[in-house]
Design a protein around this ligand. Structure first.
Ligand code: ADP
Ligand code: MG
Length: 602
C-alpha cells in the first residue's frame, strides 16, 4: 500500500485527507483531520499547521508522516478576507428630552402622562392637571410611599421617576399602581414643569408606545414635521423595558451623520464613487456597476480611508509589495451598534447606524512554492502543488450521495464565499467573494455590544437559553430543561449560550428573543446575499435557475441555521440545495483535500 495525502490550506482551517493506493492502483480513503491554520494563508508559517494535521491523520491509521509517498497541496485561491466596521451616525441629546433605559427593576406597567415635578412641590400645584413625580436620592423610600399615598387622595399622579434603585420598594407600598422608573442618574438635570410620558413594559416585553414615532405624536399632539423630529428618540427606545420622554421647548435630540468618507471602486471599464454613509445598498450598487473590480480605495484622512489602508497594510506584510495588493471585492452590510448617547441622563445607549465591511484581497500569486519547498525540506516527503482550489472542491463535493453533473458548490468559509460550477466536460468556472463566517462573528460582536470575539463565535454556533430558576433553563426553541443539582447563582436570570454542556453567560441587557433575531438576520445578510451574488456570476447565462444542484461545503456550512436560510431562498428558484456530505462521511468538510486525492488517481 502506498500512502498519499491531500492538504487544503484555508484562511481559517487546514484540512488533510489520507488515501491508500493498492497494487491494482485502486484509491481508498483512509483518514482525515482538520486544525486551525497557522499564520496567514499562503505563507510559509502554514507549514507548522500542515505537519500537525498530517501527523494527526496518519496517527489514526497507526502510521507517521514518514510513511507517506507524496503530499499534494492545492494552488490556493489567492484571496484573503478581512473585516472592519464603521459607525456613520451619532445621537446627541441637547437639553433633557429623553431617558430610555433598561433598569433591571422598573415597577408597574403601562403609560403615565403628566407634568413633571419634584414630589415635594406637587402640593403647591393646581389639582386639575395630571402629574409625574420626581424622587431624588436623599428621600427614604418609605417616606416617598407615604407622601405618594397622601398626594393620590387629591391629585392625579400618573407615574414616578426615581434616582435610586428603589422602584419596587416604593411600588409595593403605594395604593394606586402606576408605572415607576428608577436608576435615573442625573435626575436633577430634568427640566421641571414640562409635559412628559413614562412607559414601563410588562415583564418580558419591551415598550411599544414611546418606541413608535406615532405613539409619541399621539401623546404630545405633534404635527407631521415635529413627528419626523422624534424619530431618533423613538429609535433609541426600541427594545427598552422602560422610557421617559420629556417635551421641552428648546430641547432636542439630534441624529447626525459622521463623515465616513468616500469609496472609489475601480472597475475594468468604469470608476464608481460612493459615500459610505449612504449605507450598504448604495455601496453594493456601486460595486455591481464597476464589476469586474480591479481595486478599491478609501478617501484619505477619513474613517473609510484608514480602514482600507489598514486592510492593505496587513496584506502587504504577506506579499512584500504594496502595489500588488488589490481589493477585488467588498461586501457591505448595514448594521446597528449600541453607542453611549452624548448628553444622556441615565447612561442610555442608542443604536447607531454603521456599515460592516468585509474586503477580499487578491494577491498576484500566493507563494505556494515556498510552502511546498519548506514542507518538503522539513518532512523529507515529495510535495506537489496539484490543482486549483475551486476544481478540487467541486471534485470533492461530487462524492456527496445524490449529486450529478453539472454541479455547483458554494464554499462557505471564514474569509470568503467561493462558488464554482463543474460540468460534464470537467470545465470549471469559479468566483471568490468577500464576506463569510468571520464577518458574521464580527457583526454579532458589535450589534450585541460584547467586545468579546470568542463569546461571539459561540453565539454564532450554538443555541441560546435563559436561566429561569436555579433548577431549570428555557432553550430558545421553548424546550424546558431541568437540573437535579442547582445551577450557579451567577447564571440566574441570564441569557446563556450552550456549548456542549457548558453554559456561558452573556452579559447583556438584550433579550434572548432579540439576540436570536439579530443572529439570524446577520447570517441572512451575509450568506444569503453572497450566495445569490456568487451564483449569478457562475450560472450559465447568469441565471441561477440554470444550475441544477448546489452542494454547500466549508466550515460555515456546519452552521445550525445557515444551510436552511440558503435553502429557503434557493428553493424559490427550484434548485436542489443542501449541505454536502463529502465521501458520505465528512459532512461539508474536507472537499478540497478529498478532491486532491481524486485528481491524483486521474
Ligand atoms: P477556510 O476554508 O477559509 O479556512 P472554513 O471552511 O474552515 O474556512 O470555515 C471557517 C468558518 O467556519 C469560520 O468562520 C467558523 O466560524 C465557521 N465554522 C466552523 N465550524 C462552525 C460551526 N459548527 N457552526 C458555524 N460556523 C462554523
Ligand atoms: Mg476553504
Amino acid at each position: 500500500m502506498k500512502y498519499i495525502a491531500g492538504v487544503d490550506i484555508g484562511n481559517s482551517t487546514t484540512e488533510v485527507c489520507i488515501g491508500g493506493i493498492n497494487e491494482n492502483g485502486m484509491l481508498k480513503f483512509l483518514a482525515s483531520s482538520s486544525i486551525d491554520t497557522t499564520g496567514t494563508k499562503g505563507t510559509p508559517s502554514n507549514v507548522d499547521g500542515i505537519k500537525k494535521a498530517l501527523a494527526i491523520a496518519m496517527n489514526k491509521i497507526h502510521k507517521t508522516i514518514n510513511d507517506l509517498s507524496i503530499i499534494r497541496i492545492n494552488e490556493a485561491a489567492p484571496v484573503i478576507g478581512d473585516t472592519a466596521m464603521e459607525t456613520i451616525t451619532e445621537t446627541i441629546i441637547t437639553e433633557s428630552t429623553m431617558i430610555g433605559h433598561n433598569p433591571d427593576t422598573p415597577a408597574g406597567a403601562g403609560l403615565g402622562v403628566g407634568y413633571i415635578y419634584p414630589i415635594h412641590e406637587i402640593e403647591k400645584l393646581p389639582k386639575n392637571k395630571p402629574y409625574i413625580c420626581l424622587v431624588s436620592k436623599n428621600i427614604d423610600y418609605e417616606k416617598v410611599a407615604d407622601k405618594l399615598n397622601g398626594l393620590m387622595e387629591m391629585y392625579t399622579i400618573t407615574a414616578v421617576v426615581v434616582q435610586k434603585d428603589e422602584a419596587v420598594l416604593i411600588y409595593n407600598r403605594i395604593k394606586n399602581k402606576i408605572p415607576i422608573v428608577d436608576e435615573v442618574k442625573y435626575i436633577n438635570k430634568i427640566e421641571i414643569g414640562m409635559k412628559a410620558a413614562v412607559e414601563v413594559a410588562p415583564e418580558g416585553h419591551t415598550i411599544t408606545q414611546l418606541s413608535n414615532p406615532y405613539g409619541i405624536a399621539s401623546i404630545f399632539n405633534l404635527n407631521a414635521d415635529e413627528t419626523k423630529y422624534v424619530v431618533p428618540i423613538a429609535k433609541s427606545f426600541v427594545g427598552s423595558r422602560s422610557a421617559i420622554f420629556i417635551r421641552t421647548p428648546k430641547g432636542s435630540v439630534k441624529e447626525q451623520s459622521i463623515k465616513a468618507g468616500e469609496l472609489t471602486i475601480y472597475g475594468e471599464e468604469q470608476v464608481e464613487k460612493v459615500q459610505v454613509d449612504l449605507g450598504a445598498d448604495s455601496i453594493m450598487e456601486a460595486c455591481n456597476k464597476a464589476t469586474p473590480i480591479v481595486d478599491i480605495t478609501g478617501e484619505k484622512g477619513t474613517n473609510i480611508g484608514i480602514m482600507i489602508d489598514n486592510i492593505k497594510e496587513n496584506m502587504h506584510d504577506l506579499t512584500g509589495d504594496t502595489n500588488s495588493v488589490k481589493i477585488k471585492d467588498i461586501l457591505a452590510i448595514d448594521t446597528l451598534i449600541p453607542v453611549d448617547v452624548k448628553g444622556a441622563l441615565a447612561g442610555e445607549v442608542s443604536m447607531e447606524n454603521a456599515v460592516g465591511i468585509a474586503a477580499m484581497v487578491k494577491t498576484e500569486h500566493l507563494p505556494m512554492e515556498k510552502i511546498a519547498s519548506r514542507l518538503q525540506d522539513e518532512t523529507g516527503i515529495y510535495v506537489k502543488i496539484a490543482g486549483v482550489e475551486a476544481v478540487m472542491a467541486s471534485l470533492g463535493a461530487f462524492t456527496t450521495p445524490g449529486t450529478k453533473l453539472p454541479l455547483a458548490i458554494l464554499d462557505l468559509g471564514g474569509g470568503s464565499t467561493d462558488a464554482a460550477i463543474l460540468d460534464e466536460k470537467g470545465l470549471v468556472k469559479s468566483v471568490h467573494l468577500a464576506g463569510a463566517g468571520q464577518l458574521i462573528t464580527m457583526l454579532i460582536n458589535t450589534e450585541l455590544g460584547l467586545d468579546d470575539l470568542v463569546l461571539s463565535e459561540h453565539i454564532k454556533r450554538n443555541p441560546l437559553a435563559k436561566v429561569e430558576s436555579l433548577f431549570h433553563i428555557r432553550m430558545e426553541n421553548k424546550e424546558i430543561k431541568f437540573f437535579e443539582k442547582p445551577l450557579s447563582p451567577k447564571l440566574f436570570g441570564k441569557v446563556i449560550v450552550m456549548n456542549d454542556n457548558r453554559m456561558i453567560p452573556i452579559d447583556s441587557k438584550i433579550s434572548m428573543e432579540k439576540m436570536m433575531e439579530i443572529r439570524k438576520t446577520i447570517k441572512t445578510k451575509v450568506f444569503v446575499k453572497n450566495s445569490i451574488r456568487a451564483l449569478m456570476q457562475i450560472a450559465p447565462d447568469n441565471k441561477i435557475r440554470n444550475i441544477p444542484n448546489i452542494v454547500l461545503v466549508g466550515g460555515s456550512a456546519l452552521d445550525f441555521e445557515i444551510p436552511d436560510l440558503i435553502l429557503n431562498e434557493l428553493s424559490k428558484h427550484k434548485i436542489v440545495t443542501g449541505r454536502g456530505n463529502i465521501r458520505n462521511c465528512e459532512g461539508p468538510r474536507n472537499a478540497v483535500a478529498t478532491g486532491l486525492l481524486m485528481s491524483y488517481k486521474g
